[in-house]
Structure formats: C-alpha cells, structure tokens
Design a protein around this ligand. Structure first.
Ligand SMILES: [Zn+2]
Length: 327
C-alpha cells in the first residue's frame, strides 16, 4: 500500500500521539500509587540508584555486577507487584499500556509495518475517500443479479444476451479485475443508462481492493473537479490541495464515478486527460463509470482522451431497465 507523504505524516503523528498518551497515563497512575503506597516510590528510587551503580561497575569490567542487578530488579519488581495487589490494584498497573502490544504503538516491528499500522492505513484512506458508510451498505455480499431481467423481450441484440446474462458476465470480468489487481493493472470503463448499478459496482470494487490493503480514492466527477479547481486556484488562501491532487495520481486505484455529469470545459478536459494519462504511465488502475455511451464520450472529451480509453481501458456495458425501482 502506498500512502502519499502527507498521509504518511498524518499516520505517524497518530502513532506518536498514542505513545505520548500511554506515557501520560502511566505518569498519572504512578503519581496516584506513589501517594497511596509510598513504599513503591522507595522501591522505584532504589531501582534507579542500583542501576546507576551497576552501570558504573559494568563499565569497570565487572560483569557479575550486572547479573546481580538483574536479580535485584527482579526481586524489587516482585515486591512492587505484591504491594500493588494487596492495595487492590492489578499487578501490571505500573506498566505502560499500549493499544498494540506487538509493536508498542510504534507501528513497526523492525522495519516491517505492524498489522495495526496496516489497519490504520486502511481506516485513514477510507475516511479520506468518504467510503466507509457506502462500503458497509454496498459490497458484493448484497449483490442481487435477480434485479436484472432474464426475459427474452429484454434481450439485447448488440450484446446477444439478456440483462441477467450480461450482469453475470460483468461480474466475472470485475472479479477477474479484482483477483488480478496486483499483476495486471487494468482499467475499466463501466457505462450504461442511469439506474443499472454502475455506482454499486464501483463501490464493490473499491471495497474488495481496500480489503486487500491497497490505496483507493473514490470521487464522483463533480467532487473530483471541485477539488481540482481548488487545487489550481489555491482557494481560501491557506488550504493546500496538493496532497489531494497527489493522491489522485498516486493511489493504487482511482475510481471516478459518473463521468459526464459535470459541466465540461477546457479545464476539466485538460485535467481529466492529465490524470488518466499520468496514471497510465505509472501503471496504476483506474475505474470510470459513466452514463455516456462510447460515442458520446468521444464527442464530449475529444479524440485525445478517447483514444486512451480505447487503447488501455476495458469497456463494460450494463443493460436492462432501472433496477432502483426494484429494490
Ligand atoms: Zn502494532
């Protein structure tokens, strides 16, 4: 999973905060215990002083002093625990508590990211792309092919199948896209009339790719161009949108939903082309959905962009009648 530098900093800051919080909590517990059981403070003080003198002896080459120190500390720790328990505290009350005991909230085990770090990455990316709610509702487990007609009168002459047969093959193509995401870096253009499940399918893809711990950005075309125009204008004077523009180009999967719903102008055309193109050069996958047919996309966005689609995107057509009335 690749985070932008900005996202990485945000995440590391969260881990730093966790450790600071843990340290703060421990200090608070120590203060509380010291005031109730002064003997424990004496023990801690003596551990500190024997450590210093043992350290000095070790420097002089006296290894037996270190051995002795270990034993003394063990003995004092045991005594401390006894005191804590007899005062009604848990025996580990004075140990630092980390959310993740594997990495001590550093996020790393050696140079490898810990499971908790990977989970935090996914949460961050989900939050940033506003997908959390959507994904809970929309994923393949709620996919129902029976919403697509299997009647012969809905047979599509061009694709030579019924809407249901078509959606089965669409699902197979999407499954292949997901299964081979790491190796093939394919791009999809899902198109068809309103209400045939394009957004639903985009969400399913996002969900599966996120589960595989890849970075996914999801934008409606409207939100994407809104962000890009702010990025260009540096709107508000203080808010820098570069990290967002960066992640649109560098995330492992970019989903652009409902292409064609925006008001097109030369700005959107140029931006769209450069994003599509930059991602192709980097070998990163993009999924675009649109109500526009290939012919209309060609008319709207011109030859330069359309030829990229033709060459590097798999076109997936959805057919049938509006399934939203059937849910
Ligand atoms: Zn961890």
């Amino acid at each position: 999973m690749k985070l932008s530098n900005y996202q990485y900093d945000v995440l590391m800051q969260q881990f730093d905060n966790k450790r600071i919080r843990a340290r703060f909590e421990l200090d608070r517990r120590m203060e509380e215990v010291y005031s109730k059981i002064p003997e424990i403070k004496e023990i801690d003080d003596s551990v500190a002083s024997v450590s210093v003198s043992a350290g000095r002896s070790a420097l002089m080459g006296d290894d037996s002093a270190l051995k002795e120190l270990e034993n003394t500390i063990k003995e004092l720790t045991r005594k401390k625990e006894e005191l804590l328990v007899s005062a009604g505290y848990p025996s580990d009350y004075l140990t630092e508590k980390h959310e993740c005991s594997k990495c001590g909230d550093t996020g790393f085990i050696g140079s490898e990211p810990c499971e908790c770090f990977k989970a935090a990455e996914t949460r961050l990316l989900l939050k940033e792309s506003d997908m959390k709610d959507m994904i809970v509702k929309e994923n393949f487990s709620s996919f129902n092919e029976e919403l697509y007609s299997d009647n012969i009168e809905d047979y599509d002459r061009e694709l030579r199948c019924t809407p249901r047969e078509n959606i089965r093959s669409v699902r197979e193509k999407i499954n292949a896209f997901i299964q081979n995401f790491d190796t093939e870096h394919k791009n999809l253009l899902i198109y068809g009339n309103t209400g045939l499940g394009k957004t639903f399918l985009s969400n399913c893809i996002a969900c599966e790719i996120l589960k595989a711990k890849h970075t996914v950005m999801y934008y409606t075309t409207f939100a994407l161009f809104d962000m890009l125009s702010k990025y260009i204008k540096l709107e508000n004077g203080y808010k820098d949108y570069s990290p967002y523009r960066d992640s649109v180009v560098t995330c492992e999967l970019l989903i652009i939903d409902d292409l064609g719903s925006e008001l097109t102008n030369s700005f959107t055309e140029t931006q769209l082309y450069s994003i599509v193109n930059e991602r192709l050069i980097k070998g990163l996958s993009t999924v675009i959905s649109s109500n526009l047919s290939p012919r209309m996309l060609h008319e709207r966005y011109g030859e330069r962009l359309f030829s990229r689609f033709m060459k590097d995107y798999e076109f997936i057509k959805l057919i049938g009648s509006d399934i939203r009335t059937k849910i």
